[in-house]
Design a protein around this ligand. Structure first.
Ligand SMILES: CC(C)(COP(=O)(O)OP(=O)(O)OC[C@H]1O[C@@H](n2cnc3c(N)ncnc32)[C@H](O)[C@@H]1OP(=O)(O)O)[C@@H](O)C(=O)NCCC(=O)NCCS
Length: 143
């Protein structure tokens, strides 16, 4: 699928994702700075990936790991610095949440400091206690 918004394009087509751009974007984040490119590539191959483009150049990314029936895990949401604060993130998230394969799913996410960004879409604390297990000695693959 493809969506358009004031000079921006969002696509869920895996082949359109620019691995080098996504790597650079994710390397700039607090959660994936050390993630090897091979791990990024594998994670993208097994996720529903969203690529955000401006003038045919990829400037944003997000992915969802899902069974497309009950639950989706939204992660690796990032937009290049120069394109932030213009409402593009809000538009991208709205497209993701309205995606026909995700619309009926509960969407999980973790964030260190962007709670206010997500709250506007109805995200809040999980009704039960959430727990997580990080893989032993592989912090580079954990987010
Ligand atoms: C988070 C991110 C994707 C938001 O995209 P964006 O295009 O800058 O966001 P928007 O301009 O659409 O902002 C929408 C609203 O969310 C708010 N917002 C944006 N980023 C926020 C953040 N990090 N924390 C809290 N609120 C935020 C904006 O102030 C705006 O509020 P308003 O509607 O009341 O004016 C982008 O800032 C980014 O890539 N940040 C670095 C990576 C990151 O932290 N990703 C999230 C990890 S969970």
């Amino acid at each position: 699928m493809n969506w358009q918004f004031t000079g921006y394009e969002l696509t869920d087509e895996t082949v359109r994702q620019d691995l080098n751009v996504v790597t650079a974007l994710l390397r700039s984040t607090y959660w994936a700075a050390d993630r090897p490119q091979s791990v990024m590539e594998r994670s993208m191959r097994n996720s529903l990936c969203f690529g955000l483009f401006h003038e045919a150049v990829q400037i944003g990314f997000a992915r969802v790991v899902s069974d497309f029936a009950t639950v989706g895990y939204l992660c690796d949401v990032v937009i290049a610095d120069g394109h932030r604060g213009k409402g593009v993130g809000k538009w991208m998230l709205n497209c993701i949440l309205e995606h026909p394969q995700l619309k009926g799913c509960r969407i999980d996410l973790f964030t260190k400091d962007a709670q206010e960004f997500y709250r506007a879409f109805g995200f809040g604390p999980h009704r039960y206690t959430n727990m997580v297990r990080y893989p032993p000695s592989t912090s580079s693959t954990a987010s």
